[in-house]
Design a protein around this ligand. Structure first.
Ligand code: CTP
Ligand code: CA
Ligand code: CA
Length: 652
């Protein structure tokens, strides 16, 4: 930890406009237990800069100023900051990017080559979209190392870290900061006057804080800068110091730069980490929140980027937080529903009581491929299944299946033919250590089941996943162990999810939990179901009926990694805009891209319907060639309903 003096002591009695802190002993105490209702809590969001690009830089041992982009087929999936200076972004294709910067290294992402047993870097991968499949193993591996190092930087008994994507985490620093505050300011450890925890704390014995090189968001009222700091400023300053040290460790030990946001909740810290990049950290003090938010579009806020944000924008005819701040709570409730209205009302005021939920365990793993061109034969499909199995198995080994630490219970295969998706699942037999042969045989059986139904060629996409992970049973466990597990599971369920965890009530911070009110009514959950799904968890695509998910198509099916599939709600700057791989139209962010691709999908369905109707009409005419072709018979129109025998997948 940094040892530079951060606080400047003031002479007693100096600057005593207020003689007491606005915070109470009780509120300070709440910090130690990570209470979401402490107004002193400090949350950091740490996000790696141009992550995949940095992984390649580190792997290749390149200097920081070397422009590099990570290529996937002809597109770019990550662009380092040296290359962004040339105007290169994820919207560029390789040719455009090289025109902008001839010295650019366009490193193709590693791939599994059809028939190979292991992924590798292939020079000719870009030309072989038909026979190669992207592997993100390196990035996953680096991500794990970084996560482990972040854990190492924190005291063993004060680690509350939530992996929020392949390259980002939330860290709740509250308890650690509480300990540090008591060490540095021993007067805080004294019992409150009259033993009354609602008594106000004394003011910090300091007048100016040293923020070093941090970006400080301007205060709501410029004159406030002259005010003496209170304990929330001190707490967040200690947080900034801890995060600076974590970032320095990650850089020194692993070679990666990252950016961070430090604030009193997850929403603000996430906005903070994206505020200034690369290799910088932004502190959003409580007194600066309104100023920070008011200039922003609410669509940049976690969970307001998608359909919910669109609805709000349409109903209130604005995308700006400052306009929405004028809307009364009653109006918000009447137009958006009770819970959603309350949630929005609080969120745009910087209130977010959602918890940092440690979620380091993988729930499922998926390996998939979209076929362009489509494939037409079983033996081709089987060759891909072999790759999927190798891919998943290597990740299972890392997860400890060989030592029986954890094992998945189920395996699922999903198959897409035109707009129709079929899926089959089966249990993975217990009692034997899982190996590649077992998985491959199960996958082939599932494929046979799907094929036996007919109407499966050509196939546009296959995806194999394993789920329902359980801790391996090692040693004797009585029934008690299972009961504990059940409780843990319930506890985990109770806290799962994003903003619906809290953001409740319109009362001030410290009184919010007393109301017991929660903004997690069904209406709001509907919006967040997809966006808050945990990093490693495949979405139950069959829930959409049509089994489609164009977003998945682009980022998940191709790359086969669900944790990379949701780098959601990162404030999108011009450079990080994305373009549609089909028509190249530029979308502001992934969510906009998703809606755009939904549109493509709907058009495709329409077109298929049209063709199917034409073909049916033709086949009904006696004597036409198509009359007896089974391929033209469609037992199930693209109605969005499940196929006969198709099951809804449930991941554990
Ligand atoms: N990624 C992806 N699909 C997306 C967005 C991102 O596969 N739709 C990958 C990128 O390749 C990236 C990583 O996930 O390297 C993390 O994404 P993100 O944090 O959004 O962007 P970065 O590339 O890390 O850039 P930044 O410095 O802006 O964070
Ligand atoms: Ca990033
Ligand atoms: Ca990210």
């Amino acid at each position: 930890m940094g040892s530079s003096p951060q606080f400047m002591a003031s002479s007693p009695g100096y600057g005593t406009g207020r003689r007491k802190s606005q915070f109470t002993y009780r509120q300070l105490g709440l910090l130690a237990s990570y209470s979401t209702s402490s107004p002193l809590r400090v949350i950091a969001h740490i996000d790696l800069d141009a992550f995949y690009a940095q992984c390649e830089m580190v792997r290749l041992g390149l200097p920081d100023d070397q422009p590099l982009a990570v290529q996937q087929w002809q597109g770019l999936i990550a662009v380092n900051y040296a290359a962004r200076k040339f105007g290169i972004g994820r919207h560029c294709n390789v040719t455009e990017a090289k025109k902008l910067c001839p010295g650019l290294i366009a490193q193709h992402v590693a791939t599994w080559k059809e028939g190979d047993e292991k992924w590798a870097y292939h020079d000719d991968a870009a030309a072989h979209i038909g026979t190669h499949k992207v592997s993100l193993d390196l990035y996953r591996l680096e991500s794990r190392k970084i996560l482990a190092l972040i854990h190492d930087c924190l005291p063993a008994n004060q680690q509350k870290v939530e992996k929020a994507g392949i390259d980002e985490v939330f860290v709740d620093l509250s308890a650690q900061i509480h300990s540090i505050m008591l060490q540095r300011f021993p007067e805080l450890a004294n019992p409150p006057p009259y033993d009354d925890p609602t008594e106000k704390l004394p003011l910090p014995p300091i007048t100016a804080l040293d923020w070093q090189a941090d970006n400080l968001v301007d205060l709501d009222n410029a004159d406030d800068e002259a005010d003496d700091p209170d304990w929330d400023d001190v707490a967040i300053l200690i947080g900034a110091e801890l995060v600076r040290d974590i970032r320095a460790e990650v850089r020194a030990k692993l070679g990666y730069t990252c950016s961070a946001g430090i604030a009193s909740n997850k929403m603000l810290s996430k906005l903070g980490s994206g505020f200034k990049k690369p290799n910088q950290q932004t502190v959003v003090r409580n007194r600066a929140v309104q100023q920070f938010l008011s200039g922003m579009k609410f669509t940049k806020i976690r969970n307001l980027g998608g359909k919910l944000g669109d609805q709000v924008a349409v109903r209130f005819e604005t995308e700006l937080i400052k306009d929405l701040l004028q809307v009364s709570l009653d109006q918000l409730k009447s137009k958006m529903g009770e819970d959603t209205g309350i949630w929005i009302y609080n969120t745009i005021r910087g209130i977010d009581t959602s918890e940092v939920t440690p979620r380091t365990q993988i729930k499922s793993m998926l390996s998939a491929k979209s076929f362009r061109p489509v494939i037409n034969r079983q033996d081709q499909a089987v060759r891909w299944l072999r790759i999927f199995v190798a891919d998943i198995f290597s990740r299972l080994v890392e997860e400890g299946v060989l030592e029986n630490k954890r094992r998945p219970k189920t395996i699922h295969l999903q198959h897409r033919h035109g707009g129709l998706t079929k899926s089959r699942s089966s249990g993975i037999p217990l009692g034997k250590t899982i190996d590649e042969t077992i998985l491959f045989d199960l996958a082939k059986t599932l494929l046979n089941q799907i094929i036996s139904e007919g109407h499966v060629w050509p196939c546009a996409n296959l995806s194999l996943s394993v789920g329902g992970f359980e801790d391996g049973i090692t040693g004797n466990m009585g029934i008690g162990a299972f009961l504990v597990k059940g409780d843990e599971a319930r506890a985990a369920n109770a806290v799962a999810g994003g903003p619906r965890e809290g953001g409740a009530g319109v009362l001030p911070h410290d009184r919010m939990t007393k109301t017991g009110q929660r903004a997690n009514g069904p209406d709001i959950q509907r919006f967040f179901r997809k966006e808050t799904s945990s990093g490693e968890e495949p979405i139950d695509t069959s829930e959409r009926g049509d089994g489609s998910d164009p977003h998945q198509e682009l980022w998940l099916d191709e790359q086969g990694d669900t944790s990379a599939a949701r780098p959601i709600n990162v404030p999108i700057s011009e450079e990080t805009s994305v373009s549609c791989p089909r028509c190249n139209v530029k979308c502001e962010d992934e969510i906009a891209l998703q809606s755009h691709q939904d549109w493509h999908f709907a058009k495709d369905l329409q077109e298929e319907e049209r063709q199917a109707t034409q073909q049916t009409a033709r086949s009904q005419k006696p004597g036409t060639a198509a009359a007896s072709s089974s391929a033209t018979k469609r037992s199930n129109k693209s109605t969005g309903k499940l196929e006969q025998g198709q099951k809804r997948l449930k991941f554990g």
